[in-house]
Design a protein around this ligand. Structure first.
Ligand SMILES: N[C@@H](CCO)C(=O)O
Length: 398
């Protein structure tokens, strides 16, 4: 299909406040119980949350899904944390409330690397996100969306929310906390902020600190959104048209970080998308069409304010901040650890995972990351299921 770049007026399908209560069970505050629905969106209230900036969110709700059964000893629970644009829908088909099928369906499920016949798997949507957890599209106490008023939230604030969420659903200790990319940042903070509450960690394609280069790559994406006139300083929820052009452009830029030059070159070459030449006749190269397609598709499921909030969170990431540096922070980690990197990752390069693995005392590969050779670049942690599954199996057996 020859997708065009248009200002898309199709309403986005991120979850608005009004939709929350029709898409899931009412908020729960008690522990998970045998017989609770699994693989279906649930909500937990964690109350007020003070964030590092000094602001306070008066009421925070966490959307989550779970699969498998919690053992009577509560010793088989695994927390899975998603990347920037993922959500709680880790595994399973798309359907009502889920525009995409599960982003790790090949890893999580019966008989898979994270075997839901054995493990009780829980996946929350991140604080600041747009799939049911409190974020910029949620209502502030004055009854209007938070929008640009949503506080600056750090990776540590998001983990503080996840810890409170663990309390709310009655999990004292996780058998493993697993995540890739931004989810891997959360995993590292979990292991430092609450070492007594987890046994194992898997940090996939994530850095110990977001570097100047990575901040720069992220910052231009935020600027693409902000310069869209339809952004209106974040106050676009009541408008017919949101900042879809800016958001789609941000997504195009992001995809370039997520894939490798080899993959794009070998997949698209210099092919044209249609019979119309891109050499001055108005046609497009196939790779342009691919980026347009993903940019447009993304605007149907993601909130531009959330994109900015979460990108700012990633920019805040530095496990060494206030802890005497990265090496000192890594020394605090006591969980058995899998660190996985992708050789072709140009977003969070392998060198970052090598630094993490070298600084850990508890890595399962004695100072070395598990290295994946793949043409897919950063996204390999989502696509190379056999290799990622193998590494996670090794961790869970450790
Ligand atoms: N494809 C992933 C990569 C970010 O780590 C996402 O969109 O979230």
């Amino acid at each position: 299909m020859d997708w065009q770049t248009t200002a898309d007026t199709v309403p986005s399908s991120f979850i608005t406040e009004a939709q929350v209560h029709t898409l899931g069970k009412p908020p729960v505050t008690g522990a998970w119980r045998e017989g609770d629905p699994v693989g279906e969106r649930l909500f937990a209230s964690i109350g007020a949350l003070a964030v590092e900036s000094g602001d306070e969110l008066p009421s925070v709700r966490i959307a989550y899904e779970s699969w498998g059964t919690l053992s009577p000893a509560k010793d088989n629970a695994i927390l899975v944390l998603h990347a920037l644009t993922g959500d709680s829908h880790v595994t399973g088909a798309h359907g009502p409330g889920h525009t995409n099928s599960g982003w790790w369906s090949a890893i999580v499920g019966p008989g898979k690397a994270i075997d839901t016949d054995r493990w009780f798997v829980v996946a929350p949507n991140v604080l600041g996100g747009c799939q049911g957890t409190t974020g910029p599209a949620s209502l502030a106490p004055d009854g209007a969306e938070w929008a640009a008023r949503f506080p600056y939230v750090t990776i540590r604030d998001q983990v503080a929310a996840q810890i409170a969420f663990s309390d709310a659903i009655g999990i004292d200790r996780w058998a493993a906390v697993v995540g890739g990319s931004m989810g891997g940042m959360h995993v590292l903070e979990w292991a430092i902020m609450a070492p007594e509450r987890l046994e194992r960690i898997a940090v996939l394609a994530a850095p110990p600190v977001t570097t100047a280069d990575q901040i720069a790559l992220n910052t231009v994406q935020m600027e693409a959104i902000r310069t869209d006139p339809a952004f209106r300083h974040g106050d676009f929820y009541d408008e017919l048209e949101g900042p879809t052009r800016g958001l789609a452009l941000a997504r195009r830029m992001a995809l370039l970080n997520y894939r490798s030059p080899t993959e794009l070159n070998e997949r698209f070459h210099r092919e044209w998308q249609s019979d119309i030449s891109p050499l001055g006749a108005g046609g497009r190269f196939a790779v342009e069409s691919y980026l347009d397609f993903h940019g447009n598709k993304f605007t149907r499921r993601f909130d531009a304010n959330s994109y900015i909030t979460l990108t700012e969170s990633m920019n805040s990431h530095d496990i060494g901040r206030g802890r005497g540096g990265v090496a000192a922070a890594l020394e605090r980690i006591t969980a058995r650890a899998l660190v996985l990197g992708v050789g072709s990752d140009r977003y969070f390069p392998y060198s970052g995972q090598a630094e993490i693995a070298a600084g850990l005392r508890t890595g399962i590969r004695q100072g070395e990351p598990y290295r994946i050779e793949s043409e897919y670049g950063h996204d390999a942690f989502l696509i190379e299921s056999d290799l990622v599954g193998e590494a996670i199996t090794e961790l869970l057996a450790a």
